[in-house]
Design a protein around this ligand. Structure first.
Ligand code: ZN
Length: 344
């Protein structure tokens, strides 16, 4: 029986396995200690057993798809000295007093976090625990101290999808160096509120600029935590916003032209009493295929003055950019000049 103890890495010289049971995919192993004489750690008197209590502990070491459940039969001892009456529970080396997992489980969980592709939910499933339990284990052992706040800090979120309530982690960076100051498991106020409140006011007053995107709660941080700071929206986010607005405008325009062409085609079909299919209009063609000319940074558009031949289609002037895939003009007769005129 003790070979099971060795096999499962449950080291305790006093513990013996008294029963093993398999039900479905759960293996249950019962441990207890041999009865021995106990003396009170407080006064040295003999102690009496007050009976045995069963305690369930998780130990997910078996790899053959079984869930391993350990039952500890713990004796409760009481001092016979009427002046003392000290009580204590029996202790097993491989599990802490108030924990539902063996100590080895914690180490296995920490080890599982080394796999960067594994989410907390994956790890929780593997160890038959909840997401919160595995995150608690991580927090207990992995201490990542934050760096001091600087005069210019930036806050942004990263998609982590650790748990349904932890989709976005909050990253705080030094704006000057880009060095991460700290990372919070969520950008939700129940996480950020106690976090920022726990930083001393003196340190928070040091922050003069808070750089973020246009997410309203970030802009509010200035009023709530950094009273001397000016909120600054990152130029990247401003440009991103402008481009998105422009793109939305182009898409709406494209929709309008498509609708116009559809009506024209319908009208023509009705007038001629037969199905008419009009070729793609220039407006729709340009908006569909050359949207990128408007959206791309002009510096990054490369112009080729020489004639180039691409498959069947010859252009007098070819424009080519890194988004070559967007150049869906192969096989058409439209030349790039028209596209450039449209750009102007
Ligand atoms: Zn005692």
């Amino acid at each position: 029986m003790n070979s099971i103890i060795d096999l499962l890495d449950l080291e305790d010289p006093n513990a013996v396995v008294t029963e093993t049971k398999i039900e479905g995919n759960v293996k249950t192993i019962t441990f207890e200690t041999r009865p021995s004489i106990h003396f009170c750690p407080q006064c040295g008197f003999r102690m009496h057993s007050r009976g045995i209590k069963q305690r369930k502990v998780n130990h997910p070491v078996l790899q053959d798809n079984y869930q391993l459940m350990i039952i500890l039969k713990q004796r409760r001892w009481r001092c016979t000295n009427p002046e003392c009456l000290f009580e204590m529970n029996e202790h097993f080396n491989f599990v802490n007093r108030y924990r539902r997992n063996t100590n080895a489980t914690d180490m296995l969980i920490i080890d599982a976090f080394r796999d960067l592709s594994a989410t907390a939910a994956d790890i929780a499933r593997k160890f038959y625990l909840s997401d919160t339990q595995v995150l608690d284990v991580f927090d207990r052992y992995v201490k990542l101290d934050r760096l001091p706040l600087t005069d210019a800090i930036s806050v942004d979120e990263v998609f982590v999808d650790m748990a349904p309530k932890c989709k976005y982690a909050l990253v705080i960076q030094d704006f000057h160096t880009g060095e991460p100051i700290d990372m919070l498991r969520s950008r939700r106020s129940e996480v950020t509120e106690p976090y920022f409140a726990s930083i001393s006011r003196e340190e928070r007053l040091r922050v003069r600029y808070l750089i973020s995107d246009m997410y309203n709660p970030y802009l509010q941080y200035v009023n709530r935590y950094f009273p001397l700071a000016t909120p600054v929206v990152d130029s990247f986010h401003v440009i991103q916003w402008l481009i998105r607005e422009l793109d939305n405008f182009i898409r709406a325009l494209l929709k309008r032209f498509k609708e116009r062409d559809r009506l024209r085609q319908g009208q023509l079909s009705m007038d001629l009493h037969r199905e008419v299919r009009l070729p793609l209009s220039d407006e729709v063609y340009l908006l569909q295929n050359y949207r990128w000319i408007l959206l791309k940074n002009r510096k990054h558009i490369r112009y080729y003055p020489v004639v180039r031949q691409i498959k069947r289609c010859t252009f007098r002037q070819i424009i080519r950019c890194d988004f070559a895939a967007q150049l869906r003009c192969l096989g058409t007769l439209l030349d790039a000049e028209t596209a450039l005129c449209f750009h102007k």
